[in-house]
Ligand binder design. Structure first.
Ligand SMILES: O=C(O)CCC(=O)C(=O)O
Ligand SMILES: [Fe+2]
Length: 336
């Protein structure tokens, strides 16, 4: 870590004027022009950095953010439950349930699979609070996931349009997409001098990850392609979102979109909470590059693969610290 160049930065993109409800950016010329301008900025950011900060004022009411991420809010309440309770959040699939108690890692995290379904959120809350079901948690957490999903859908559509996907493809792709909400607490090291790794460097397997936090930074991201690239520690604006592209988006776009390494490094004496909405293919979906992204100039870079099989591969013990899992699993040509 000592040799990393920490002076990089990632772009900040303001989505003001982008109408998420309009399929291709609205009907008026000015809406369409705004959509196209933001889409170009999103595509540039994801191709070059694989990460950017998004601002979408008005997307989430400040009261809702406070209820979820603020002091005494839903994340704090959830993460302060006994470990034996949190450990009921299990899954047959790796990284879709409770993760914690890892020696030396100040990381504790739970996952709500399918958080856009009120029933799935309720089932999760019933496990955590069997006596009450915590209806307040269900209401705010589901509403929060829905709002973040609006931004995720805009970004995913912008990228697919940029690589030339048809409207039919975009519609089918949306149906084949699954969501997961990961809610995490990072304990503070208690001193400004200490830099404690909260989550080791990794690339996400997902399409996209949209992160919010309790006003405490901690994410560090390899912010440009290439070995020895520079790292950034973005200072997220209040109400801002950190967006990451994952392996599957790289595969879908035939390598256009970059999937950056990122990690969490904690300093200081304040506990950090993060909420991340992940989008990914459903497990049985075969991930293959969009036809329009493959041509003589851009030969196919990855073989088609089933997403669920890829996730199992990534969580094999010997693969956990591997930093180029997508290449190891599916590359068709040697990485130049
Ligand atoms: O919680 C964070 O800030 C980042 C976590 C992360 O990168 C992940 O869960 O994949
Ligand atoms: Fe991640």
């Amino acid at each position: 870590m000592a040799n990393d160049n920490m002076h990089g930065s990632i772009p900040k993109i303001d989505f003001a004027g982008v109408d998420p409800a309009a399929a291709a950016g609205g009907t008026s010329d000015s809406d369409a022009a705004r959509w196209a301008a933001v889409r170009a900025a999103v595509m540039d950011a994801l191709c070059e950095h694989g990460c950017f900060e998004a601002i979408m004022d008005g997307l989430i009411a400040p009261e809702l953010t406070a209820a979820v991420l603020g002091a005494g809010g839903d994340l704090e309440t959830l993460l302060s439950l006994p470990v034996s309770t949190k450990a009921r959040n299990t899954s047959e699939k790796p990284y879709r349930g409770y993760v914690g108690n890892i020696p030396g890692l100040p990381y504790e995290s739970l996952a709500i699979v399918d958080p856009l379904s009120p029933d799935a959120v309720r089932a999760f809350a019933d496990l955590m609070w069997p006596d009450t079901g915590n209806t307040g948690f269900c209401k705010s957490m589901h509403a929060y996931a829905e709002r973040v999903a609006v931004l995720e859908a805009v970004i995913r559509r912008m990228v697919l349009e940029s690589v030339g996907a048809t409207a039919e493809y975009i519609e089918e792709q949306a149906k084949a997409t699954a969501f997961k909400l990961r809610l995490t607490e990072y304990a503070a090291p208690g001193s400004d001098e200490a830099r404690v790794v909260g989550l080791p460097a990794h690339r996400d397997t997902s399409f996209l990850a949209v992160l919010t936090q309790n006003d405490l930074d901690g994410v560090e991201v390899e912010c440009s392609r290439g070995e020895g690239g520079s790292w950034a520690r973005p200072a997220l604006s209040p109400g801002g979102f950190l967006v990451f592209a994952g392996d599957t988006f790289t595969a879908l776009t035939n390598g256009r979109v970059f999937n950056p390494l990122h990690r969490v490094v904690m300093t200081g004496d304040k506990t950090r909470y993060s909420s991340i909405l992940f989008s990914s293919p459903k497990d049985d979906v075969v991930v293959r590059a969009i036809d329009e992204a493959v041509d003589a100039e851009h030969p196919a870079a990855y073989r088609p693969f089933e997403y669920g099989e890829y996730v199992v591969f990534c969580y094999k013990p010997e693969m956990l610290r591997h930093t180029k899992k997508l290449e190891a699993f599916a590359a068709l040509q040697v990485d130049a």
